[in-house]
Design a protein around this ligand. Structure first.
Ligand code: PSU
Ligand code: MN
Length: 305
């Protein structure tokens, strides 16, 4: 086992028993939602995964270790510490060697999940190509990780704070398949329709698992995006989210926000400008993704090698 990995008792037991395990990220806890809803949601999401027959493994950097599976106290610590570091691929060696408290992004969670032998990972939204990337060069490291690391990522698409079309182009260039669940369209996180189609619609966990297994059996390394739209009843009105997104983007621009601060700034402003209503949508979509991810992990587990 890798020297930096530390499994919780629950995840260690699941590994020993050969049960399906689902990875969860922690930046969504520390930077994606306010306290205490972040901690409550994290626990509820874990329970949805257990109820669906898989074992949740929330990943974070604590005391110089990659913790795979967190205790209630560790979830509380992450959710309530304003200075938890947002850790992507670049930041992992720093967070570990300085023993900082680190919340892993999609990219860093994929790296840690792969080290731990976990092949399915559930989140809310992935990072992508930012609007104006042709001058800012702001492209999330999540996309490059999807290009290289063998983990399937269940998400509700990408937020319209990003350039969704360019994000899909980037994924195509790097050979990352984008699957959609239950509809042909690629979802836009708060809304079900981004105006773009996914590459392949695969509605059942068995079909998704067979696709992913085939990719890796071919030696085609890298991730798969499994995009699952927010449930209809929890989606936000498109015109409202479009207006607020433009305002948040203008404020980020005027405030000179750059680098790793851009995404948390935009997420935070959207939360404030929707008076918390976007939080309810965010929670609903993560829970729905947890169910789809647990079913996918179980299906992959049951496939004959
Ligand atoms: N998008 C969301 N919610 C999030 C994030 C992105 O809708 O919480 C977080 C994820 O952890 C993602 C990270 O991996 O932001 C991407 O940050 P950046 O754009 O700096 O790569
Ligand atoms: Mn960025």
């Amino acid at each position: 086992m890798h020297q930096f990995l530390l499994f919780s008792p629950e995840v260690a037991a699941a590994r020993a028993a050969g049960k399906p395990v689902v990875a969860l990220e922690s930046t969504i806890i520390s930077h994606g939602m306010p306290y205490p809803q972040n901690v409550t949601t994290a626990k509820e999401v874990e329970q949805i995964i257990r109820d669906a027959g898989a074992v949740p493994a929330t990943i974070a950097i604590i005391d110089g270790k990659i913790c795979v599976g967190l205790s209630d106290q560790q979830l509380e610590l992450l959710g309530s510490s304003p200075d938890a570091m947002k850790v992507s691929r670049r930041d992992l060696p720093y967070a570990l060697s300085t023993r900082s408290l680190g919340a892993t992004t999609v990219a860093a969670t994929m790296i840690c999940a792969a080290l731990a032998g976990i092949r399915v990972f559930v989140t809310g939204g992935i990072g992508g190509v930012h609007r104006g990337a042709e001058t800012s060069f702001d492209i999330s490291a999540d996309l490059q990780e999807l290009a290289n690391t063998d983990v399937a990522v269940v998400c509700a698409g990408v937020k319209s704070i990003l350039d969704i079309g360019l994000t899909l182009e980037y994924l195509e260039t790097h050979g990352v398949p984008v699957i959609s669940v239950g509809q042909p369209g690629f979802p836009a996180f708060f809304t079900r329709d981004s105006g773009f189609k996914a590459d392949f619609q695969l509605d059942t966990a068995l079909e998704q698992a067979a696709f992913i297994q085939t990719k890796w059996q071919l030696g085609l390394h890298g991730g798969v995006v499994v995009s699952n739209p927010v449930p209809e009843a929890s989606a936000m009105p498109k015109d409202e989210i479009d207006r607020i997104t433009l305002q948040a983007l203008a404020e980020a621009d005027a405030g000179g926000v750059t680098g790793k601060a851009v995404t948390p700034f935009l997420l935070d402003r959207i939360k404030q400008l929707t008076a918390g209503r976007s939080l309810a949508t965010n929670i609903a979509l993560v829970k729905h993704n947890a169910l789809v991810g647990a079913q996918l992990a179980a299906a992959m587990h049951d496939l004959p090698g």
